[in-house]
Design a protein around this ligand. Structure first.
Ligand code: C2E
Ligand code: CA
Ligand code: CA
Ligand code: CA
Length: 275
């Protein structure tokens, strides 16, 4: 038994001991992954729903672990945030993605995910400014995706940071819309140029009338606020048809392309863009 901070006794079983040791080993390997160049970015197209032509590409990080193979971001980003690694990792992601995007056709934008920890770190605007200057990527071609968790950071002026980013000329995008608890007033308060509709709504679009109603309401609201909309997780043409009716502008999902390494990225329109 071990005494914890509040003077209570907590019992550690041998399995919990092993769990803690595994967790520490995982953190150590994660810290070493950056200098060992084990992270890689995969890229997924975002298409214009009118033409099915790619208009942007989202960078998605993966960890190529020497023993366990490719590890998805959901498995290590939360740990990277806990141990502070997300700051240097986030800078690497931004610089690497901007360097790749500088070679793409000039009408293709780059979308990069930001952790809430990067927004509160203090020098995000300078980090972004430097990534653009170093790679020559025009600010207008960069979209920074943040989730509602950023808006809920108490005691921090996230609003000023997001305005600083917008002042650079980059687009600030609200990711995973509909999954959190933030109020609609945030849409008015923060300088978003686009809303990404979470794939949980898209997944049920063809089977649940309430999901279709939510998607229509979000696109209508976005249009009224002069913001764009991207539907995430689009896997079928039936979903595309309903998204077009709802007035959604852009879509991303396996139907149009899975995330792939930079060298495998194609900017060709989807072969079968059902009208
Ligand atoms: P997200 O930003 O919502 O990214 C979209 C996720 O949906 C990606 O998962 C993508 O592979 C997956 N996806 C795309 N199309 C489809 C589809 O048609 N069907 C289904 N079922 N899934 C689809 P991924 O790459 O595993 O990333 C998961 C999350 O990890 C991301 O969610 C994002 O929150 C985070 N993440 C990824 N890369 C980064 C990064 O560079 N920095 C930070 N801070 N977070 C990242
Ligand atoms: Ca995203
Ligand atoms: Ca998302
Ligand atoms: Ca997500």
């Amino acid at each position: 038994a071990k005494k914890d901070g509040r003077g209570c006794y907590r019992f550690f079983s041998p399995e919990m001991d092993t769990d803690v040791r595994l967790q520490r080993a995982f953190e150590l390997q994660l810290r070493e992954a950056l200098p060992r160049r084990e992270f890689e970015l995969h890229y997924q197209p975002i298409v214009d729903l009118a033409t099915c032509r790619p208009c942007a590409v989202e960078a998605l990080v993966r960890w190529r672990h020497p023993e366990h193979g490719l590890i998805p971001p959901d498995k290590f980003i939360p740990v990277a945030e806990e141990i502070g690694l997300i700051i240097p990792l986030g800078e690497w992601i931004l610089a690497t993605a901007c360097r790749a995007a500088a070679d793409w056709p000039s009408d293709i934008r780059l979308a990069v995910n930001l952790s809430a920890k990067q927004v509160v770190a203090g020098d995000l605007v300078e980090v972004v400014r430097r990534a653009l200057a170093d790679t020559g990527l025009p600010a207008g071609r960069l979209e920074l995706e943040i989730t509602e968790s950023v808006l809920l950071q108490k005691d921090h002026d996230s609003l000023a940071v997001l305005h600083g980013l917008a002042a650079l000329g980059v687009h600030v995008v609200l990711d995973d819309f509909g999954t959190g608890y933030s109020s609609l007033s945030y849409l008015q308060l923060f300088p978003f140029s686009k809303i990404k509709i979470d794939r949980t709504f898209v997944a049920e679009l063809t089977t649940r009338a309430d999901c279709a109603a939510i998607v229509s309401s979000v696109t209508t609201l976005a249009r009224a606020l002069a913001m764009g909309t991207t539907a995430e997780g689009v896997e079928t043409w039936d979903q595309v048809a309903l998204l077009r009716v709802a007035g959604c502008r852009e879509a991303q999902g396996w139907l149009f392309g899975r995330p792939v390494p930079a060298a495998a990225l194609s900017f060709e329109p989807a072969a079968d863009c059902a009208p």
